[in-house]
Design a binder for this molecule. Structure first.
Ligand SMILES: *Cc1c(COP(=O)(O)O)cnc(C)c1O
Length: 375
């Protein structure tokens, strides 16, 4: 059986965890957390990086930081993970779901302006599959209407838009190190801060509403409760694991991109003839090979393909159920039909993608797909 995902271990994870444990400091913000912060700030140009226990937590921090109040509106794609919306709903926001592009699941930047009202507070673009949204258009609108941009960059580590790293463009950005992502720590995440005004308060919110970080830097002589907050910081055990991954970022990315390219080249001549679309990469963005997906013509074709692959030992999976028609949100949605988002709900299928997937396994999967489509 070829699994859909297999977490990749670099080999150093347990060694670094051992070091963290033996150092006697296993709560948060120790040496490994600091090394991770420094790496991400230097490599990707974030003004500040703060590890969190998940991307979900980083999104929740972002919602607190931009001061979302009940009744505020937040614009985001409907084709995304629940956490993108939930983080803002927790603070009372109304989510205004935008449709995806016709060519890829990212938010259609040309459809955003019509959704802006006096209540709109933020736009949350999601870089689906690690492929950039059209950030110039989104930042222009944010500027014009005085809105915040929070990038959901959960899938977008080490991917770029016109040379800028994803997560470094919006006011804030959230990353995930869940075991299904390119860099992993089991569960884990990061808030990237690009607008300096948020840095001091972010440290406080992440430390239960206390100014503990300032205290340990010697900036204040006692620490106490100064704001709202929660416990958003990971332990050193998680950061130690993540640091082992970080050291191998280039190797991980190169391997994933090689697998992605092999899929693409194997399928590019056959698939389009059968009405199936390959991933579309706009020329303003790079590919971090987070995911390899196909877009079938309809639900029946996708169901047939998933079943055929499964019968032949390959696990492929569909992805999001467009959030505007979810059990929780459908009664709150304004009724607009999101045609493209619904197309991806029914037609998108993800193929196995992980570091240890071999060339011959990729070829095997591609041959199965070709065979199935020719039958
Ligand atoms: C994985 C993912 C998340 C959630 O990440 P966690 O670290 O599991 O909280 C949020 N948004 C998107 C787009 C994701 O892919």
């Amino acid at each position: 059986m070829i699994d859909f995902n297999k977490p990749f271990l670099t080999g150093k994870e347990t060694e670094y965890i051992k070091q963290a444990v033996e150092s006697g400091k296993i709560s948060g913000d120790g040496i490994f957390t600091k090394r991770c912060h420094q790496f991400f700030e230097e490599k990707f140009g974030f003004k500040k990086a703060l590890l969190t226990t998940s991307c979900t937590d980083a999104l929740e921090m972002a919602a607190i930081l931009i001061d979302i109040q009940p009744g505020d509106e937040v614009i985001m794609p409907a084709y995304t993970f629940v956490s993108t919306a939930n983080a803002f709903v927790l603070r009372g926001a109304n989510i205004v779901f935008a449709d995806s592009n016709a060519k890829n699941p990212n938010i259609d930047a040309d459809k955003i302006e019509a959704l802006i009202t006096p209540k709109t507070k933020a736009i949350v673009p999601v870089h689906y599959a690690g492929i950039a949204c059209d950030m110039d258009k989104i930042m222009f609108l944010a500027d014009q209407y005085n809105l915040f941009v929070v990038e959901d960059a959960a899938q977008a580590i080490d991917s770029y838009y016109k040379g800028k790293s994803l997560g470094s463009i919006g006011h804030l950005a959230a990353f995930s190190f869940h075991e299904t992502k390119n860099l992993i720590s089991g569960e884990g995440g990061m808030l990237a801060i690009n607008d300096e005004r948020f840095i001091a308060r972010a440290e406080i919110i992440r430390e239960k509403g206390t100014n503990r970080s300032q205290f340990f830097r010697g900036e204040v002589d006692k620490y106490g409760w100064v704001d709202v907050g929660s416990s958003f910081l990971p332990s050193e055990i998680i950061s130690a694991f993540l640091y082992a991954q970080i050291e191998n970022l280039d190797i991980i990315q190169q391997k994933r991109i090689a697998i992605w390219n092999r899929y693409y080249h194997n399928l590019k001549d056959i698939i389009p003839q059968k009405g199936i679309d390959l991933p579309y990469l706009p020329d303003y963005g790079t590919n971090n090979a987070h995911m390899f997906y196909l877009i079938c013509q309809n639900l029946e074709q996708r169901t047939g393909l998933i079943k055929y692959l499964k019968d032949n030992g390959v696990l492929s999976v569909f992805h999001y159920l467009s959030l505007e028609s979810s059990h929780f949100y459908s009664s709150k949605h304004d009724g607009r039909i999101l045609t493209n988002s619904n197309k991806y709900t029914n037609c998108l299928v993800r193929l196995p993608m992980f570091f240890e997937l071999t060339e011959s396994q990729v070829d095997y999967i591609c041959n199965l797909i070709k065979k199935h489509l020719q039958d």
